[in-house]
Design a protein around this ligand. Structure first.
Ligand code: COA
Ligand code: MG
Length: 287
């Protein structure tokens, strides 16, 4: 399970060169908002050249309704990226439409069918927030959902998306929660959004720790300096692992018991499932 996804503007030779060395679990080469329209043809070519032979490189294309998206896909699909990140989808049908376009390009370029994944940024347009159930069963290519506050703020005309303490305002909390809930319902990775203050290390540590606490399995990054903190945040702490081991041991020692007491607290089945999940996560990130 990928913990950190580092955005890299695909028109920057320098950033592309650096990106592979910073320890991100995955990269997202951006062809959308961080690249000026005039620079897109070059960015496409640079992305296509960068991808071959690298395992976890994704590409953020332009929105499906923009003409650019077809050129983006045609340029990068021959290089067989790990997947496509789709900005501003309105619903699951848009994601299914992207999947159909990828079907054709996989076939055309001799890529095994279904190999290319999709991560959808599922809260960027207002309509998307009203139809998130449409992601259920939309396409087996979907492997993650993430969300964004910036485009949504512009769309609704909000002048801020965080309060003076840096906490999400209610609309954006709702978007974040719906992304998490939808990812869980569809059984794909829930990836928290970018922390844009890339010099605020303490704020990032707090944000990423809360993201894991809330149920996200990873987070987007915009700067190499954010990657280490994100990777560390999405691994269970030693204390969590020890507690989970004790919970599992307590149930093992009481076979047939539905509920038991430990440290003065009631434990029942959801606690066992949660403990097993933490142990599986710790094992996966150690291997
Ligand atoms: N990927 C790879 N390398 C990056 C990088 C990134 N996302 N962001 C910065 N770097 C490199 C810089 O090129 C620089 O390398 P150098 O020392 O060899 O020149 C080094 O890391 C330090 O960068 P720094 O000077 O601290 O930041 P900056 O002012 O150059 O860039 C941003 C700041 C925000 C413009 C830059 O981090 C960036 O482009 N982030 C991605 C933006 C993006 O993709 N947005 C879309 C999704 S929201
Ligand atoms: Mg955007």
């Amino acid at each position: 399970m990928n913990r950190s996804f580092l955005f890299v503007p695909a028109d920057s030779e320098r950033k592309l060169q650096k990106a592979g060395d910073v320890g991100a679990d995955a990269l997202i080469l951006d062809l959308e908002d961080s690249v000026a329209p005039d620079a897109r043809p070059d960015a496409r070519a640079m992305a296509a050249e960068y991808i071959p032979g690298k395992p976890d490189v994704w590409v953020r294309i332009n929105p499906l309704d923009a003409v650019d998206s077809a050129a983006d896909l045609e340029a990068v699909m021959p290089s067989s990226p790990a997947g496509i990140v789709l900005p501003k989808p309105r619903n699951g049908a848009d994601v299914a439409e992207l999947s159909r376009r990828i079907d054709e390009l996989e076939q055309c370029h001799g890529i095994p069918p279904g190999r290319t994944g999709i991560i959808a940024l599922c809260t960027e347009v207002p309509e998307a927030l009203l139809t998130l159930h449409s992601y259920i069963g939309a396409t087996p290519r979907l492997s993650g959902l993430s969300w964004g506050a910036e485009d949504l703020s512009v769309a609704v005309g909000a002048s801020a998306n965080r309060d003076e303490r840096g906490e999400w305002l209610p609309l954006f909390q709702m978007a974040r929660n719906l992304c998490l809930l939808t990812a869980s319902a569809v059984e794909v990775a829930a990836i928290d959004t970018v922390y844009t203050d890339f010099r605020d290390d303490e704020g990032l540590l707090r944000y990423a720790a809360n993201a894991r606490r809330d149920g996200f399995s990873g987070m987007l990054a915009i700067h190499p300096g954010q990657v280490e903190a994100i990777n560390a945040a999405f691994v269970p702490s030693t204390a969590e692992v020890e507690h989970a081991e004790r919970v599992v041991a307590a149930f093992d020692a009481n076979p047939g018991a539905g509920t038991i007491g430990m440290d003065g607290k009631m434990l029942d089945r959801p606690h066992l499932v949660q403990a097993q999940r933490i142990l599986a996560l710790a094992k996966r990130t150690n291997s």
